[in-house]
Design a protein around this ligand. Structure first.
Ligand code: FAD
Length: 385
């Protein structure tokens, strides 16, 4: 049903691994809102979470398209890579901007699975999408930074050892450009737990292990600053393109799973003595979902090409995320409709995917903010905020 693609061997191996984690596994965790620990362990052991780590640090050293292939296949198999996808792109910040000592300290241990770097603390309750308004503050005191503030929606914080944190090191009032004065840190949450760091889970409509994190005089070594103090916003932005591209790949995988399920059910389910799939009212939404998915997939390929060529891929990464998130969300809606009442039954996994795909209209960046980026940066329209 879907054309063969790049990395056929990796895709096949990921499919085999995912077959060990069928719908029942995800349903049970979903009901209890539990973390898919054994799935993440298997992915780690198989080396997939180290896809982007260079070989010299023990990873596979593949380009972003390798990670995209892994994540797409996970979703296409009905599994959920959101439990660990951040490790793929968060680590890029350390890779591109970290010191040699930081890379030596963290990357080999992450590649071996001894350390997890899956938490990314950017969003705050009062700033929302307006990232430069964050208030979490890290003040330099001797050889240390002392952190105070609060993050929200910090996913996987309870299941990660390290967090990449964005904090202010100069107050917004004291900088001329609002993007200045922000810095990136590696926070060792094992050391900080009980020493000023508190993590509180937030229960959401899907199983996502998201949390709010409070920093109350959390002390971290000065050596955990990534790159230059005050320049963190641009480091985070460069990682965000990778994040958008990888989330787009996951959405394409979800859309494929949903389309495949729908086409197969429409061919089997008989009502009025014939398969429902002979009715164009059922066929056309499936065909439309397929066309939308393919268009989004082509934009994803273009975004990957630009990213890997070192070109500015801001517009392509954003468009890939926008179109792929729409394609998966619409495919989920269509899949529920195609299945009639059964689309609502937990045992079909469709309602779970319907909830999971909905997230990507909002996170990691909402569709509105992507449209506003395109309007301003591509079309030259005035900035609206
Ligand atoms: C399950 C989940 C997991 C997440 N994981 C992480 C994580 O691991 N780390 C992290 O840092 N963050 C994470 N996030 C946060 C996520 O990135 C934000 O929710 C998202 O960026 C939107 O921010 P907000 O929720 O504050 O919405 P707001 O900024 O309050 O926006 C609310 C609505 O208003 C719209 N809006 C706001 N401003 C404008 C404008 N100028 N023009 C048009 N529309 C506008 C938005 O599009 C949105 O629909 C997660 C969120 C969720 C729900």
């Amino acid at each position: 049903m879907f054309a063969d693609q790049d990395y056929p061997e990796i895709r096949e191996a990921v499919r085999r691994l995912c077959a060990e984690f069928p719908g029942e596994y995800w349903r049970e965790l979903d009901a209890k809102r539990e973390y898919p620990a054994s799935f993440v362990e298997r992915l780690t052991e198989a080396g997939y979470l180290a896809t982007l780590i260079p070989e010299e640090f023990g990873g596979s050293g593949l380009p972003l398209s390798g990670a995209a292939a892994v994540l797409e296949e996970i979703q296409r198999a009905g599994c959920n890579g959101a439990a660990c996808h951040a490790q793929m792109y968060v680590m890029g910040t350390v890779l591109r901007h970290g010191t040699d000592a930081q890379k030596q300290q963290y990357l080999p241990a992450i590649a071996k699975g001894e350390l997890r770097l899956q938490a990314f603390g950017v969003t705050e309750p009062t700033s929302g999408t307006d990232t430069t308004s964050i208030r979490t503050f890290a003040s330099r005191q001797g050889d240390e930074y002392v952190i105070n503030g609060q993050k929200i929606w910090t996913s996987r914080a309870e299941h990660s050892d390290l967090m990449v944190l964005l904090a202010r090191t100069t107050a917004r009032e004291d900088v001329t450009k609002r993007t200045d004065g922000l810095s990136v840190f590696i926070v060792d949450m094992r050391a900080a737990a009980g020493n000023g760091l508190t993590i509180r889970p937030i229960r959401t409509m899907m199983n996502h292990s998201t949390t709010e994190v409070f920093f109350d005089d959390v002390r971290i070594p000065g050596a955990n600053l990534v790159g230059e103090e005050g320049k963190g916003f641009r480091y985070i932005l460069s990682g965000m393109n990778a994040e958008r591209i990888l989330i787009a790949a996951e959405c394409i995988g979800d859309a494929k799973w949903l389309i495949e399920k729908s086409a197969s059910y429409a061919g089997e389910r008989k009502v009025f003595g014939r398969p429902i799939g002979v009715n164009q009212g059922i066929q056309f939404p499936i065909a439309r979902a397929y066309a939308n998915m393919r268009a989004a997939e082509l934009m994803l390929r273009e975004a990957l090409r630009c990213y890997e060529a070192g070109e500015n891929c801001g517009a392509e990464a954003n468009m890939a995320k926008l179109l792929a998130a729409d394609a998966s969300n619409e495919a989920a809606n269509m899949c529920v409709q195609t299945h009639g009442g059964f689309g609502f039954a937990e045992e079909y996994d469709i309602e779970r995917k319907f909830r999971e795909t909905r997230l990507y209209q909002v996170a990691p960046i909402s569709s509105n903010l992507i449209l506003s980026y395109l309007a301003e940066h591509v079309l030259g329209l005035p900035r609206s905020y």
